[in-house]
Write a protein of this length. Sequence first.
Length: 94
Amino acid sequence: MSESLALLRRQRTDDLSKLADQHMQHDLQSEDRDALKSAASTVSMWTTVGSAIGIGLGLYAAIRLRSSRKAFFAAIRAQERPTKVVFADGRTGI
């Protein structure tokens, strides 16, 4: 059952990690390793920046939506409610 969820597949992840480390150490030249590490750090940095911006914009939108909904419902609550209704034919209702 634990193999059915990708999050719980530890052994396969460890094997792939070991294989990637071996490939980095033995099959690549030092310039290629440096280029891969540089690219990985650049992608990681921009992913972090993008995530932070996304979280910030999400929080800003949530706060704006909450405050506008709060103001809308407060305006509805503050309206005067009719105490007596007079219809066109002269009838009255409460």
